[in-house]
Design a protein around this ligand. Structure first.
Ligand SMILES: *Cc1c(COP(=O)(O)O)cnc(C)c1O
Length: 398
């Protein structure tokens, strides 16, 4: 049935997503809710089916995207919970954004004025989340007079409703939590000052990311909502966090099939540049994926894949659409054998973290960069239920 995916596909286990959402909820305060961070198409996993699954959970407050287009796509696919855009939103889309009830992060006065003008014009309120910089030096107002003045302005302008206030930790994934705790304290002081000035509470205060959800020392930072990103996908924020603190299941695996198996010729090279030279009898198999699929060229001569539950090292350079592996030690290997590039096969497993390390990339980056050319196939109870393809942003049901 699924032969169309034989060249290669990203398998997304929606049961694992659900497990991870529930596992995170277990760790947070009963007064706190989850904001699921599904930016960059859910870190390459496919945002729509994941959001559709989470939409039904009462303890999920809403979703966070990076851009207006991501947020709008979720709305078009039936997502009704709140959606927050974490980054800067450019003015061209304010009208549509307000109509779709999508919340922008705000940290500039000109943004506020333009939002207010547009909201009044279309006769609808815009709910904003004020972004505060407590130590990233990225976006956000400083938690002092500057921030208070922006909040005062937001409170005064017609058409604007201050729904939330948030900040982001720079170092919550490190073993030493001092820096994150200092950011948290600065944020709390600022929020208290702002609320005193407004004479009312700001309903949705949030700062915790995945690392702060997992790590007991940062449990005090959960506030009204936590923003769950990498752990939603069963991946780790870093090597330094306590991997025993939470039971996460990896959501993604990357699979392909061998399309050719042959004896190497002694004296020949393998792939461009002949960086691997054949000096002994070996069996070579070709995998029909490459860096055009986001499988990095830096894995040339150093990565490996799993075939029949055994490791097969990559030999020669990874090409755009193909690469070769040494299958000499794998008995019975033949064309059409399944190849696991990320995931488990028997007792062996290749994790995104390990591939990230081998290729000189960060696990977050590795997931985001898996190419559009690879269909995402979504599974429930071991059955494929939907897939996305390269040329349409819409989900095909199976
Ligand atoms: C990406 C992002 C997150 C999620 O971070 P994780 O480490 O994946 O949990 C949370 N908040 C903001 C502002 C982000 O940009």
């Amino acid at each position: 049935m699924l032969e169309q995916f034989d060249r290669g596909y990203v398998r997304i286990d929606l049961d694992a997503v659900e497990h991870n959402i529930d596992a995170m909820y277990e760790r947070i305060d009963r007064k706190s809710s989850l904001i699921l961070v599904v930016k960059t198409d859910a870190y390459g996993h496919g945002a729509v089916p994941i959001a559709q699954l989470a939409e039904k959970k009462s303890f999920v407050w809403g979703f966070a995207a990076a851009t207006f287009e991501e947020a709008k796509h979720l709305r078009e696919c039936g997502i009704e919970k709140p959606i927050l855009i974490l980054g800067y939103t450019f003015p061209y889309c304010y009208e549509e954004m307000i109509a779709l009830d999508i919340r922008p992060a705000v940290f500039r006065e000109d943004t506020l004025k333009e939002l207010s003008r547009t909201a009044v014009e279309i006769g609808k309120k815009v709910k904003v989340h004020i972004k505060v910089d407590t130590g990233m030096s990225r976006i956000g107002v400083y938690p002092d007079e500057e921030g208070l003045s922006l909040i005062r302005e937001a409170n005064k302008l017609p058409g604007i409703e201050i729904e939330g206030v948030f900040t982001h930790f720079a170092r919550a994934d490190e073993a030493d939590k001092q820096s994150a705790l200092r950011q948290y304290e600065a944020f709390c002081r600022f929020v208290a000052d702002a609320e005193r000035m407004l004479g009312k509470p700001i309903p949705v205060r949030h700062c915790a990311n995945s690392a702060a959800i997992m790590e007991s020392e940062l449990a005090c930072t959960h506030m009204d909502c936590v923003r769950a990103g990498i752990t939603l996908y069963g991946l780790w924020p870093s090597d330094e966090v306590n991997h025993k603190a939470i039971d996460l299941k990896p959501v993604l695996s990357l699979r392909s099939r061998l399309i050719y198996v042959k004896e190497g010729r002694i004296g020949s090279g393998v792939s461009y540049g002949g960086t691997y030279q054949i000096t002994k009898p070996i069996k070579i198999a070709t995998v029909p994926l490459g860096y055009g699929d986001g499988y990095p060229r830096s894995l040339s001569n150093c990565g490996y894949v799993l075939i029949r539950g055994r490791k097969a090292p990559i030999i020669g350079r990874v090409c755009m659409d193909q690469f070769m592996v040494d299958v000499t030690d794998i008995p019975g290997v033949s064309c059409n054998d399944e190849v696991i590039l990320i995931g488990a096969d028997g007792s062996e497993r290749i994790s995104m973290e390990e591939l990230g390390n081998l290729s000189g990339r960060f696990n977050y980056e590795f997931a985001c960069d898996l190419g559009k050319r690879l269909p995402r196939v979504f599974y429930r109870r071991e059955s494929a239920v939907a897939y996305t393809d390269q040329f349409s942003s819409h989900l095909h049901r199976l």
